[in-house]
Ligand binder design. Sequence first.
Ligand code: OGA
Ligand code: NI
Length: 342
Amino acid sequence: MALLVSSWSNGVQSVPKDYVMPPERRPRDFVSVCDEIPVIDLQENPKADRSDIIQQILKACQEFGLFQVINHGVSEKMMEDMRVLYHEFFNMSVDDKLGVYTESFGKGCSLYTSGLNYAKEDVHYWKDTLKHPCHPLEEHTPSWPEKPTRYREDVGRYALEVRKMGFKILDLIGEGLGLNKGYFNGVSQEQAMAINHYPPCPDPSLAMGIGGHTDPNLITFLQQDQYGLQMHKDGKWMGIDPIPNAFVVNIGYQLEIISNGKLKSVEHRGVTNSTTARTSIVTFFGPNPGLPVVVEPAKELVTSTNPQMFKSYQYNNFIVDYMAYVRKPLPRSGTPLDPYRL
Ligand code: OGA
Ligand code: NI
């Protein structure tokens, strides 16, 4: 438990040496917040606007692999309740956190620190994460934290609202791509949450919150109220402005593959700051890694002029390969998509 950054970093004057990133992995470049990242308003508008919204989303997924949504249907009160709840959670005593603590990232519900494998890292990330599956709720809530006492009820309600929003957005994407209605039902059965907590860091120029990565799943929805998230585009890192009560939506590897390369997954990372703790509340949708779900470019998108770009494969095998890739020491060559290209 002493490993959790949130349990030892309060008042620390300098970054301990096993958290000092080698120079090439530091957030050293000057990064400005990018005002070109699309902000999409999902407000129910007259019917005529649906195709306009679809075009905006598709363009954002092609050019950036990432966008923000506002008026998405998840209530502001519920989003605020989540921020308050997780503030309380990460400020609880060590004893209260013990029930869900694990030495490293594991199956089911776990509270762990740094990256996916603390023991094997040469240098650690300035982050603690609570993560757990969310769907179906009845199956998973018994493994969730018991404290704060309202945790299971409130997070359960939030997970259902985010699920509704998620499928609404997936339907818009599917329609834009020309896929059959309900295409994503079969490949987004898994819903999981990760709550990343980045305590204030005495020198943010030396440490990293979460290193550059691309999400292995289908699509990700992130709630944030502090700056820290950055995306990589055209050889540069750029910052994503935290818009109150918006969700940041990013494309994962599976959606890039299903769209036969039309939509781009995006590399992103998180930096720390010296004054305020930052907590991001992240929901992942994707195939269930416990089932033999086949993923492949949608047949509708493969034509003689648009040949199939990726193999057909089982998602659980992809995840095994992805985990092996991210656990390799840096610098790594290639990307986890390479073995799946045709
Ligand atoms: C993630 C992620 C970024 C953040 O959990 O996959 O990219 O800002 N998080 O916490
Ligand atoms: Ni991510």
